[in-house]
Design a protein around this ligand. Sequence first.
Ligand code: DGY
Length: 321
Amino acid sequence: MKPKVYITRKIPNEALEKIKETCEVTMWNEEDQPVPREVLKKEIVDVDGIYCLLTESIDEELLSLAKNLKVISNMAVGYNNIDVQAATEKGVMVTNTPGVLTETTADLTFALLMATARRLIESSDYLRDGKWQTWSPMQLTGQDIYGATLGNIGLGRIGEAVARRANGFGMNVLYHNRSRKIEAEQEFDLTFVDKETLLKESDYVVVLTPYSPETHNLIDTLELELMKNTAVLINTSRGGIVNEDALYQALKEEKIWAAGLDVFEDEPVSLDHPLLTLPNVVVLPHIGSASKKTRTKMANMAAEHLLHALQGKKPTYLVNE
Ligand code: DGY
């Protein structure tokens, strides 16, 4: 008998066909809308595998309903949407998709940094809104990138890839991480500092750490107070790492200069969110890894992990080893 698999969103065909070769597949086919929880609660009961996205919360309640589940394959590197401990206790494997999205996410992080520093979105709107009457000395002036100090909060794969880009832009790069990474320090000319020093000295603070209870609101009022009033905060990791109310206050009171956000605590972010009222905030709809090649690779990798787990092999990226 073929193993049963539930896929929580329409995924690229290549990945879908691969899974269909050996599994009985049910896929939530509603065009680009997350599967309702009530549907997922029913579907999880009998399946051997779940292929999901970061939009699904696979928590203890949901897991308690599963009778045959062996694997949850998440099409994302972040897996804060899954209760890994509950899955482990139930003997369910959890997999993610690191590596394939590193460079694409680092590109977006840098693009967001540049767009925020040089006010690209605001400038484009300025022109389109017919406000461009003349060239003038201080019109739409931003912050320099060349020669500035970048502070990476977190130095995983994406952190290193961002540091490499910063090297090319002639930036001085600081980082703070749970542990020092001596090889990376040498390769990318990085300086390890404590969090306080990083916040005080950086012109760009880039949040690149995974989201967990320990990193919830890691950037809060106190941290924002430490930053320069010319500093820019960039977050392409997870929204909950930054306290959004504190960030709004800091931006409004000009304690920091600007922010670039690809992620929000609640996604999609409400159009009434106070942060969206500020001109010095560049916002994006969680598109860090959104290149055609990378999303296809992520989809294929998640399919491969799912199939390996169902065939009794160890998936390459198993979160709960
Ligand atoms: C991830 O993979 O965790 C990103 O947030 C989406 O690519």
